[in-house]
Write a protein that binds this ligand. Structure first.
Ligand code: NAD
Ligand code: 13P
Length: 345
């Protein structure tokens, strides 16, 4: 391969954690341009100046990944076109509700290198009526470049603190597998490539819906047995949904890989979706309020995914096939009694 240049589009908790690993690898491994650029939405930090300047001088993203030193070859840049200029490897990691304008900008003529390839670490789905799309698929369509998917049991702060963990990359080709493995694999962050882009992406989206159910269980004060039952049933719904609507995906992605069962477990114990769902039951506040109060600018992905998944299933007349997903939607959006979570499962 020619020398590869990495760009990271997104600088939230996960964006910054992934950018840190990519920059460490780019500095150490052969075949990479030394500098890795990370897209940061510019704003003024009172008394400190522009956010990009603060990150580039302190080498810390204080807001989204506090106290984690970032490598000096990771450079925060506010102009998206300058982030991706000449980049051959583009990591897309904005919260899913903000992807559309990013893709519009990136799809303008001359913005991307013709030999660029992308990977999506975004968790969510796009639904239009009775159609559902994964983000890697949408990215390929909009940008005309191959797109892989990255997902696994990866709570951002734990990854950033170099606690041992694994991730799965779903790849469209062996070249993508080799390149993305080189970008992210390290002794404490083990990367396993598999040929199931849709499965990795869908698993990451759907496990957030199940994590909301796990948070409801916590909020109602039930113990480990109940939560384990919800995770088992949820995992089956995740795999069944993918098999029904993306039949070329593999059920092994859910049962054997970090992107499946392992991500579901970690999110249902230590994730933001679980945390807000527990508070939803205990406080009666809306998810929008709780996101604002508890997440300090970070974004919930599971609530929107629960709604989109329900709308898709409803449009297909298939809600009864997915009772857990349907209950999560009705408890979150229609005021259904959380205790009905267990009915008909
Ligand atoms: P985050 O939840 O920390 O969100 C903050 C980011 O959103 C910041 O970059 C902020 O600038 C951006 N943002 C806020 N408002 C915006 C707007 N109007 N337009 C554009 N950007 C805006 O982000 P994250 O944790 O990096 O999550 C990104 C994706 O990665 C999500 O899909 C998430 O599910 C996934 N993910 C997160 C984790 C994790 O532990 N944080 C782990 C795995 C995957
Ligand atoms: P939350 O968004 O619920 O924190 O989940 C993070 C995640 O996706 C871990 O892999």
């Amino acid at each position: 391969f020619a020398i590869q240049k990495i760009a990271v589009v997104g600088s939230g908790s996960w964006g910054t954690a992934l950018a840190r690993i990519a920059a460490l690898n780019a500095a150490e491994k052969k075949g990479f341009n030394h500098e890795v650029r990370m897209w940061v939405r510019e704003r003024e930090i009172p008394g400190q100046g522009l956010l990009t300047d603060v990150i580039n001088s302190s080498h810390v993203n204080h807001r989204y990944l506090p106290d984690v030193p970032l490598p000096h070859n990771l450079v925060a840049v506010s102009e998206l076109v300058n982030v991706v200029k000449d980049a051959t490897l583009i990591v897309l990691v904005v919260p899913h509700q903000f992807l559309t304008p990013v893709l519009e900008e990136l799809s303008k003529p001359g913005v991307l290198a013709t030999d660029a390839r992308a990977i999506s670490a975004i968790k969510g789905v796009e639904v239009a009526g009775d159609q559902i799309y994964t983000f890697p698929w949408l990215i390929e369509q909009k940008l005309g470049i191959p797109c892989s998917a990255l997902g696994g049991a990866n709570i951002a702060m734990e990854v950033a603190q170099s606690e041992f963990c694994e991730t799965t990359i779903g790849v469209p080709s062996k070249d993508d597998a080799a390149l993305w493995h080189a970008v992210f694999d390290s002794p404490m962050f083990r990367v396993h490539p598999i040929e199931d882009v849709a499965g990795v992406s869908l698993s990451g989206a759907l496990k957030n819906v199940v994590a909301l159910a796990a948070g409801f269980v916590d909020g109602m004060g039930y113990g480990g047995n109940t939560k384990a039952a919800i995770l088992r049933i949820g995992l089956l719904e995740m795999a069944a949904f993918t098999k029904e609507f993306f039949p070329s995906s593999s059920s092994l992605t859910f049962s054997h890989h970090s992107a499946g069962v392992a991500d579901l477990i970690t999110t249902s114990f230590g994730g933001r979706n679980r945390k807000c769902a527990e508070a939803f039951i205990k406080t009666g506040k809306t998810f929008a309020q709780l996101e604002h109060e508890l997440l300090k600018g970070q974004k919930l992905q599971g609530v929107a995914t629960a709604e989109e998944t329900y709308q898709f299933l409803h449009a297909r007349g298939r809600t009864e096939g997915y009772p857990l997903f349907t209950k999560v939607y009705k408890i979150s959006f229609e005021g259904m009694d959380p205790k009905t979570l267990f009915d008909d499962l």
